[in-house]
Structure formats: C-alpha cells, structure tokens
Design a protein around this ligand. Sequence first.
Ligand code: HEC
Length: 155
Amino acid sequence: MKLSCFLSTGIIIVAVTPLLMAAMWMDVQPSPKPYQAPVLSPPAGSVPVTGTELVAPDSELRNPVAATGSSLAEGKALYAINCAMCHGESSTKPGPVGTKLKPPPPGLDHALLQKRGDAHIFRAVTFGFGRMPPFKGKLTKQQRWHLVNYLRTRE
Ligand code: HEC
C-alpha cells in the first residue's frame, strides 16, 4: 500500500511538473503566428504588391518613357480626366474645382515646370503634397510618366 502510494505520487509529480513548467514559461516562449516564421528575404527582382510604392531618389529617377506622339496624346487625355478640373485645361485659368481653392492650384505652365525636374513632377503626382492629391494606385507609373511628358509641352 505504501509502495503504491509512493509510486502514484511519483507518477503525478513526473506528469504534472512539465505541464506546470510549460504554463509558467508560456508567456516568454516565442509563439509565431501561422506563416509568420521564418521570414525569408524575397528573391532578387521581386516587386512589392502591398505597402507603399518605392520610388528611387530624385538623383537616380529617370523618365523611362520617351516623349513620342502617342505618349503625349495619352498624357493629354489623362490630364483632361485627372488634373484639368483643378489645374485648368489651359495654364491661364484654373478648372472648376481649382477656382474654389484658395489660393488656386498652379497652372502648370512652361515657366513653372522649367524650374522642376521630371523626377520632382513624377514624385508630386505619385505621392501628392499639401492640397495636391496622390495618384499612386490610381494611375500606373507609365501613365504618370506620360503626364510628365505632356506637362513639358504646356505653354
Ligand atoms: C484637387 C485638386 C488637384 C488635382 C485633381 C490635381 N492637383 Fe496638382 N496640385 C494641386 C494643388 C493645390 C497644388 C499645389 C500644392 C499646394 O498648394 O498645396 C498642386 C501641385 C501640383 C504640382 C507641383 C507644382 C510645383 O510647384 O512643383 C504638380 C506637378 C501637379 N500638381 C500636377 C498634377 C497632375 C499631373 C495632376 C493630375 C494627375 C494633378 N496635379 C491633379 C491640386 C490638384
């Protein structure tokens, strides 16, 4: 009787101790979420599909789209749809939304744009600033470069 009592106490201690220890350390052990670990670095040349858009610094950002006739036509059409309501069809008169803004948005005329590099314009259209809305996610990179090409032809 004594022996079996001793044995069963031993079994209880042996069985319960690891459970107790596990419970004690539960909050300090790493507990990765499904698919969380290990975090592998993406293969070279991968393109992010979520998060913010990566744009090279201005010094490395080159316009990859040649200002061909079709690029200018595309830029002009995109401008009429996305920009003219604020910046104006012509650079001398703001569009219907632009006239409501105080002060009105810049007319994006030749004299202003001459002072701005392609990279600056691309970045302004991509990320927006001040009251200028961002167009990343609304226009593709290609379309934004068409706009840069078109803006260069404005008077
Ligand atoms: C809701 C009105 C609005 C729309 C739409 C809009 N803009 Fe703007 N944009 C502004 C305002 C306002 C500014 C000046 C920023 C400020 O004053 O806060 C500006 C600034 C700019 C600048 C910077 C000029 C500089 O001095 O560097 C560029 C370039 C520009 N916009 C291009 C565009 C293009 C291209 C589109 C269309 C894809 C567009 N904007 C659509 C309101 C608008």
